[in-house]
Design a protein around this ligand. Sequence first.
Ligand code: ADP
Ligand code: MG
Length: 723
Amino acid sequence: MKKTKPTIAAERNYVVEKEKFVPVSQYYGEDTFNHKVMQEKLPKNSYKKLLEAINEDKTLDAETANVVAEAMKQWALEKGATHFAHWFQPMTGITAEKHDAFADPSGIGEVVERFSGKQLVQGEPDASSFPSGGIRSTFEARGYTAWDMSSPAFIRRTGISTTLCIPTAFISYTGEALDKKTPLLRSNRALNISALNMLKLLGSKNVKKVYTTLGPEQEYFLIDMDYFFKRQDLVLGGRTIVGAPPAKGQELEDQYFGSIKERMSSYMHDVEEELFKLAIPAKTRHNEVAPSQFEIAPVFEEANLAVDHNQLVMDTMKAVAKKHNLACLLHEKPFAKINGSGKHVNWSLSDNNGNNLLNPGKTPHDNIAFLVFLIATVRAVYKNADILRASVATYANDHRLGANEAPPAIISVFLGDQLTNILTNIEKGIVTEATNAEIIDLGISSLPLVSKDNTDRNRTSPFAFTGNKFEFRAVGSSQSISFPAAVLNTIVAESLDYLAEKIKAKAAKNINQAVFEVLKGEIKDIKPILYNGDNYIKEWELEAAKRRLPNDKTTPIALKALVTDKALNLFEKYQVLSKVELKSRYLIYIEKYIKDMEIEVKCLNNICMSQVIPAASAYQKILAKSINEAKKALGNSAVLSAQREILKNILVLINKIYSTNKEILSKVESASSIHDEAKKADMLCNKVKTKMDELREYVDELEGLVDDELWPMPKFWEMLFIS
Ligand code: ADP
Ligand code: MG
């Protein structure tokens, strides 16, 4: 390709000139309608009522809603907002918002800014085009958005436009969830009930609420925007569907945690500034393993907030990148044969006093609770590994899971040697140190603090205990973390209830003894899910099969776990998703898989027919001419054999590309007559995907033969190393 000069910092002058840098503490959260603002702007009584509504999950009376709306409007106008929007998370996986102007005609040629309690609490977007998986046919398209008071309203600036955004849930008029937020909120409620029950049973007092905490570590790539716009595969599908790996990849490991380049540092600074204004606690940033790959991680937050914030993080990263003439790639596998991007979702449970329930405590009592919650989680994952796998199944993530750098499609749990030993001892009933007469001292009172430094850093496990939290690593970098979190909450709630029942049945005895007897039996049962070894090796796959752990490698297979009787009953029982809702979600995910693949097929066809083959033909013509001219000068000399061979290879590849592409198109065509979406997805996955990979091999081989100046797309080495 005709080389453009890299758009280095000096040329682009992308660094926004800043007059002076203000300490973060001075502007943190300034674009959120937070408690400080509420206290300032609301009458005492209204603030009290709002707090009650937020904390106790109650509805707000109409009068207070009006007062809150007025205060919110005043605040937003001061911030320069002209519009308000109900901000929600439809099943597309990204966020949606419909803007309404505050300005409202108040007479001829005049307006006043208005915003009522009703407009704050409920909205009615024309939502016919959002996926509903058949719940709502388009002719009865009405759905409504409902204010989620637990996530603060915020100001969003795009260009010169400023909008007040109100986080909302999106529900159909018949009450079905049409979004990603609603099931998460329901799962939080379910987990709270089950966890409180368990804590009560274990004798805890003073605990009023238990909630999930989430800390998503977000990986991403940054490449120069000029390269990005020259690749339709990146623009349309988010990943390169052709392209050979660069001569230098990540083998030197010189990128991981290396010093961050000036341009990227400036970018990160700008991203963080935006996030801090929204009270998103961005904490760490570093280079990742692959060239041009990075990670940003926040301090963990309550689940609902963490999910909203992660969506805003992704939006902000993309928006700010443009200002720096960069493209932020969130796709799970933007570059074949180079590490992909995931989102390690750290998950734990906290009570309203801020105690982490997965933190091994200093007292025997805390340790018992710790063990119960730990084993409940492990059991939940064991019994529902298939559902957990389904929660991260997307077309994009298939390129990553099971490849040689991401956790495999087999879900297993890493606990580390120390905890595994403790569990083994409980199972065997070994008394290590009985310091007093209580049964609890069966090796437990001496449970050491499992600090993060103590737990081995097994990087290959899809679900690892890391000291005081679990880290779910199979989540894709571009996906919403809402559903994986909702699944975890639901299955753990079920496990806690199951254990509670068993403990109660034995509770005539000393409660601690009852707990240990139950745990002893459970540990034996759930052992197959525990694996501390390397998850990437072939032997593990064989071993996992022996242990009967599911190994669903592709999305169409993995998703089926959502519509088993087990899943349908479980989600219905915990009122997270009704059977109708879960089935509709299955359909939406399957349809998304099909559409994603169809887009790539069309894109691949365009690239091959209108870019790759023309470029190869042009070079072929040059070669042929050169051979003919040389032949004229030299006669049929043996020295022509090299050029002849190159020419022949190019022609062979052009033919292979043409015919494989044709084959793909005809397979997709015949798939279009399959009306059962699941069967169609199976067929595309089994018949088309492999052919696309084959086609890629030919194109990439050709890339190595055709004159660099003629190649129609930026190559990997340019995109990954020039910035
Ligand atoms: P790593 O070594 O995996 O990068 P970090 O210490 O950087 O680990 O933590 C990763 C993420 O885990 C951070 O977002 C952090 O806030 C989050 N985290 C820590 N404690 C908890 C917790 N109790 N619940 C949920 N997330 C947590
Ligand atoms: Mg991590």
